[in-house]
Ligand binder design. Sequence first.
Ligand SMILES: Cc1cc2nc3c(=O)[nH]c(=O)nc-3n(C[C@H](O)[C@H](O)[C@H](O)COP(=O)(O)OP(=O)(O)OC[C@H]3O[C@@H](n4cnc5c(N)ncnc54)[C@H](O)[C@@H]3O)c2cc1C
Ligand code: SF4
Length: 454
Amino acid sequence: MTSASDISAGRLAAGAYDEAFCDLHAPLDQHEARVAAERCLFCYDAPCVNACPTGIDIPLFIRQIATGNVQGAGKTILDSNIFGGMCARVCPTETLCEEACVRNDAEGKPVIIGELQRHATDAVMASGRQLYRQGPRTGKRVAVVGAGPAGLSCAHRLATLGYDVVVFDGRPKPGGLNEHGIASYKTPNNFAQAEVEWILDVGGIELRCGQMLGRDFMLADLRRDFDAVFLALGLQAVNALGSDDDDLGGVEDAVAFIEALRQSPDLSTLPIGRRIVVIGGGMTAIDAAVQAKKLGAEEVTIVYRRGAEQMGASRFEQELALTHGVVIRHWARPATIYGENGVLRSVGFAATEDRDGRLVDTGETFEIPANQLFKAIGQLFIPQVLEGSHDVLDLEAGRIAVDFERRTSLPDVWAGGDCAAGDRDLTVVAVEDGKQAALSINRALQGFVPMAAE
Ligand SMILES: Cc1cc2nc3c(=O)[nH]c(=O)nc-3n(C[C@H](O)[C@H](O)[C@H](O)COP(=O)(O)OP(=O)(O)OC[C@H]3O[C@@H](n4cnc5c(N)ncnc54)[C@H](O)[C@@H]3O)c2cc1C
Ligand code: SF4
């Protein structure tokens, strides 16, 4: 039977929280960085560059590190990706640049591009130098909605091109999921806020927090008052399990759990169950499970409806969970949620299999006792925030439809990041969307490309 003490705070000894939530990777020192950089073959037409969504000139920045020009390396990265510091910490490099590295072929081990990127961008941040300033003023104003990686990447690029930008965000703090979603052991020491402050320091960007599109202002207001609009709203809701017991005490949304953890001033006050079940196979599932374990949960089990190969979380992420004592069970879906006195007691699962490409139940069932169930089965875009305009703003697969320049169906509105249909939901993809949208807005407002007639 579940008792109140099965979900409680302070499971770790005082002082153990800092250690549990410390940096996932210790940063490279100068010598380690040089040795790692010397493994790079500085390939012509380097495959790692093609695999980076922001197209960072990887061989150039690694050569700069190898020759002792670490600040120059940082600038090479930031010129392509203004969130190069965050991406160095959170990118699944093992499925992007490092997967493409030619060193894998001969040695089975890539150049550690992500760690080198962190070495270089950290050096720029530590120097306190500002590398960018607002460009000569164009006299034009752009509204950006959403201060996550997509919105701030767009705002920063527009500022350097001479635009005055107003960034609106519904939350009290900027940063989007960098601040509220990314696992805390990937971005300790308030790195996300420090990076946002550095980005905003470019000048020409006014931040208005606590301002929600659809509540405090409408898209039509922005279209009237600004020369262009960039929507970078992210995703607002999580998928439901589809069970009647979704609202049972202990059944929670994994993103909300992670957000509470990221914003908690004292992790020893955050309640966690003894036994946790996490449903899902992506990064959110891994982050919720690992952080639950770090908070002192005794048993944490991730259950995913397909196999390890199909999980959205990379091999590295899966191994991270396993080395933290998380159990991953494949080929099962939640069938019944059992409660007692309004509180979760266990979760019943139906075993699944792939039959000719279709996921079907095998007929076997099993039950896992649980005090908390975290749902990590994907997030949703809620088009109602576009109230009054979604009749003309086309959607695709439930998100805002955009072309390759991130233009929407409205001539003066662009969109990018998770709220736009298209590429994977990754920080680096959102950053690239923001950058490409800014370049497209610039072309349109400078008259290089005529805006399509409405
Ligand atoms: C738990 C979790 C862990 C993740 N871990 C990783 C990882 O390790 N690596 C990785 O690459 N990716 C990770 N991702 C994905 C990554 O965080 C997102 O792809 C990325 O943040 C998308 O950026 P964005 O700017 O589009 O949206 P967001 O970061 O979601 O930012 C959107 C912003 O818009 C604001 N907003 C929303 N609606 C409104 C409105 N109506 N009016 C005003 N403002 C509004 C929000 O407050 C928010 O600040 C993770 C995602 C989650 C949920
Ligand atoms: S593919 Fe590997 S070796 Fe070649 S440039 Fe990129 S990091 Fe260097």
